[in-house]
Design a protein around this ligand. Structure first.
Ligand code: IMP
Ligand code: MG
Length: 185
């Protein structure tokens, strides 16, 4: 495959695209088995999760539906308060539905735990989490991630939907950027 023009900014490829695809096939197979005979609703959290959503759903052999939410975290600077504002709500009513949240990465877990409480109040039949990545060393709340792709170290990663200042989402691999890219001269 042609080398990405963004590669000069990359320090290390942490998870190459073929490993991501293999993992999504595995997760898709598990989800297909677990939701057999049902029509789950996959909820992607914008914007990072759209790449995972696109590849994951093609590995789910069921009549599933998709919907999206856009949320922003209140809080000052780097500390996430865990209180989120819903910028774009779901189009679908999730009452009585089997819902699977699709995320790119779980860091502190604060955003997702707030979102879970808010969605639980709408009385879905079930509510589970699928996340491509998790940074367990950063976790501040306990979250049960039923479908997890990879655990990653406490490093800022980009690619495969994840951004730095809006860029690098279209890199096919999960990468660590060179320190000089982060503007610190
Ligand atoms: P938290 O779990 O509430 O701390 O926030 C998770 C969100 O922070 C993710 O959905 C990402 O949008 C963002 N995030 C956390 N770690 C990274 C990273 O390494 N790269 C890019 N975005 C990240
Ligand atoms: Mg996100």
């Amino acid at each position: 495959m042609k080398m990405s023009s963004m590669m000069p900014d990359v320090q290390e490829v942490l998870i190459p695209s073929d490993e991501i695809q293999a993992k999504l096939r595995e997760l898709g197979t598990r989800i297909t088995t677990d939701y057999r005979g049902e029509k789950p609703l996959l909820i992607g959290i914008l914007r990072g999760a759209i790449v995972v959503m696109g590849d994951l759903m093609r590995n789910i052999d069921l009549q599933c539906e998709i919907d999206f939410m856009d949320i922003s975290s209140y809080g000052s600077g780097t500390s996430s308060s865990g209180v989120v504002r819903i910028l774009k709500d779901l189009e679908e009513d999730i009452t009585g539905r089997r819902v699977l949240i699709v995320e790119d990465i779980i860091d502190t877990g604060l955003t997702l735990s707030y979102l879970l409480r808010s969605l639980q109040a709408r009385k879905p039949a079930s509510l589970e989490i699928c996340s491509l990545l998790s940074k367990p060393s950063r976790r501040r709340v306990d979250l049960d991630v039923k479908y997890l792709g990879f655990e990653v170290p406490d490093e800022f990663v980009v690619g495969y939907g994840l951004d730095y200042a809006g860029a690098y989402r279209n890199l096919p691999d999960i990468c660590i950027l060179k320190p000089e890219v982060f503007g610190g001269a």
